[in-house]
Design a protein around this ligand. Structure first.
Ligand code: BES
Ligand code: ZN
Ligand code: MN
Length: 523
């Protein structure tokens, strides 16, 4: 008894101790896990533009707006107006016109936001400006036809658009644009308050998600993922962190989560971050993300081409953490628990074999017929644990779950599966507002048939062809109590982008941070 409790407390302290930063796995870890990313432009607000800047003007149509606080004389205004006419620039969203040699400005960049722009359209104009100016080293001033406080929306977009991940480049590295960016308007303190109260923390959350997903799998693995999140949240009020290590999960009977990671020398983790904002006394909403830090397919090994992109198979978990960072750092009056189901899926002598039967913590049995259908396995145990330990009022899963969703929706929408109409409607609305859009796909009761096992309660992959994204969703839903409102987002088509858009540079997108942040605030 004494031995047992000693052992238990040793395991518990292991589970709760901050993860060691040192790499413990032989033959890897050549790169430190906490390297600082490249400098970004500092964002500020002022009533007057500083001298010596590249000037950006946010336009809503073809007419140059009055630009209080910006030194632009009559002759220079005439020159800009003539250039607008010559180029037929109309100020529509997504358009730009770059001018050089006007007055003393090294560059004047006009960026279209369209007529009566929404907050999102203003952000997109800001993002476009950031990307157009990414190789300019001088400071920047941004003015234009936005209201006094909407400068914060443009700044938010600028923050998302200027993201870069180049910390491992040591040769031919472009000089980072270190000059500050100043947003010029009549109410700089109002704009600054709007920015720091909402958009700056959200941009930080998106940056965390992108960083975690862009980092290679020799740097971000379950333990270092936990460490990076702890570091980001250190000292943030209202936050409490729970970490289960493999021994703790095994004790709890979490056979599907532990099973996925057992082919890897890097231990699995279940990371749970609760954030309870002031004035929120009700049950939390749970966001549960797939955190496969590398998906080789396990013994159901994937083909080599493109396997490197599977370092991003923890994008769901990364975006959950990004949303929690945003909500906590902006002190939002909400109650959420963010969960990352972290494991590395590797082939090995100790890996689980196709045909193995495992058990979740509730005792449900799974015939594991395909080791590459691992995301649904880690989510099964993660959902059961959060339901039991935190009694959430709703559960939203987010996961790079299936290749099939890419075939259905490409990179235009994430797939939404929901058993609860109200939650589905709230998610779709949050998608529209945030700019991270969802398209609903079916969950039909007939799909249960395709996932039946001869020897266990369910199998993790259907035989033959089928509606792959829906079958994956069905599997996850099998482990969630029907009475709990539940939705699942399949982000396999949107977590990575081949080309830059205004708010999302090429690479890992951080999809889901803005959406989940908006969802939590939309009650
Ligand atoms: N992580 C993959 C899904 C994926 C595919 C993400 C492409 C991003 C881009 C997932 O674990 C997987 O391998 N899914 C299988 C499921 C199948 C075995 C039932 C798939 O989609 O082929
Ligand atoms: Zn996967
Ligand atoms: Mn897989």
């Amino acid at each position: 008894m004494r031995m047992k409790s000693l052992l238990l407390s040793a395991c518990l302290s292991l589970a709760l101790a901050p993860a060691a930063m040192a790499q413990s796995v032989t033959g890897s870890g050549v790169v430190p896990a906490t390297a600082a990313n490249s400098a970004e432009r500092a964002i500020g607000f002022a009533a007057n533009a500083p001298a010596g800047v590249a000037l950006v003007v946010v336009m809503t149509d073809a007419t140059l707006p009055p630009l209080d606080g910006v030194a632009l004389g009559a002759a220079e205004r005439t020159a800009v107006t003539a250039a607008i006419a010559a180029a037929s620039f109309d100020g529509k969203g997504g358009t730009t016109l770059s001018l050089r040699g006007i007055g003393t400005y090294p560059r004047i960049l006009l960026v279209g936001a369209g007529a009566t722009p929404s907050s999102l359209a203003l952000a997109e104009a800001g993002g476009k400006a950031a990307q157009e100016l990414k190789s300019e080293v001088q400071p920047v001033a941004i003015a234009g036809a936005f209201g006094d406080v909407s400068a914060a929306d443009v700044a938010y977009g600028f923050a998302l658009g200027q993201y870069r991940f180049d910390r491992y480049k040591t040769v031919d590295k472009k000089a980072p644009p270190t000059g500050a960016v100043t947003f010029v308007g009549a109410n700089p303190s109002g704009a600054e308050a709007a920015f720091t109260g909402r958009w700056k923390p959200l941009a930080e959350g998106v940056r965390l998600s992108r960083d975690l997903a862009n980092e290679p799998a020799n740097v971000i693995y379950p333990e270092s993922f936990v460490a990076r999140v702890r570091e980001t949240l250190a000292g943030t009020p209202g936050v409490s962190i729970e970490v289960l290590d493999e021994a703790a999960m095994r004790r709890l009977g979490m056979g599907t989560l532990v099973g996925v990671g057992q082919g890897s020398p890097r231990g699995s983790r279940l990371l749970l971050i609760r954030y309870r904002g002031a004035g929120s006394s009700d049950a939390p909403m749970a966001f549960v993300g797939k955190g496969i830090t590398f998906d080789s397919g396990g013994l159901s090994l994937k083909p080599g081409a493109g396997m490197g992109n599977m370092k991003g198979d923890m994008s769901g978990a990364a975006s959950v953490m990004g949303a929690v960072v945003s909500l906590a750092k902006s002190r939002a009056p909400v109650h959420v628990v963010g969960v990352a189901a972290l494991a590395e899926n590797m082939p090995d002598g100790n890996a689980q074999r196709p045909g193995d039967v495992t058990r979740t913590m509730s005792g449900k049995t799974i015939e594991m017929v395909n080791a590459d259908a691992e995301g649904r396995l880690v989510l099964a145990d993660a959902n059961e644990y959060v339901a039991k330990a935190y009694r959430p009022k709703a559960i939203v899963n987010i996961a790079t779950l299936t290749g099939a969703v890419v075939g259905a929706l490409d990179n235009s929408y994430a797939g939404l599966f929901a058993r609860d109409e109200a939650l589905a409607a709230r998610l779709i609305a949050a998608g529209t507002t945030s700019g991270e859009e969802l398209w609903r796909l079916p969950l039909h009761k007939d799909y249960a048939e395709r996932m039946k096992s001869d020897i266990a309660d369910i199998r993790n992959s259907a035989t033959g062809q089928g509606p792959g994204a829906s079958l994956g969703a069905h599997f996850i839903g099998f482990f969630v109590d029907e009475a709990t409102p539940w939705a699942h987002l399949d982000i396999a088509g949107v977590n990575r982008s081949e080309k830059a858009t205004s708010l999302v540079p090429k690479g890992m997108t951080g999809f889901g941070v803005r959406l989940l942040d908006q969802l939590a605030r939309s009650e």
